[in-house]
Ligand binder design. Sequence first.
Ligand SMILES: [Cu+2]
Length: 116
Amino acid sequence: MPVLSYFGRFAFLAALAVPAVLVLPRAAAAVPAKAQKVAIDNFAFAPQVIMVAPGTTVTWTNDDEDPHTVTATDKSFHSAAIDTDESYSFTFTRPGEYAYFCSLHPHMTGKVIVKG
Ligand SMILES: [Cu+2]
């Protein structure tokens, strides 16, 4: 029967297409993995200000001989003391400006700007 065969083909294609339509927007909305590095060197964060996309994981690595921390001014993130050659990571999901400092040396300041 040509009509059934046509319908059968349509149903088969529709069965393939519907899941694709349901899945694709979710895949497109998923935040791709992003990473950004900040060095802690000579009692300073370098670069001092960075701009990242939402979903970015920022990793601070201490290149100094002294321990440092990465402490958000609004307390939204806070590392423990980071020793020489150790690192701390935080993933920024929400747009905004995140000022931070080193709680051991408060004159050390930096900022992460998360922009969508
Ligand atoms: Cu410090």
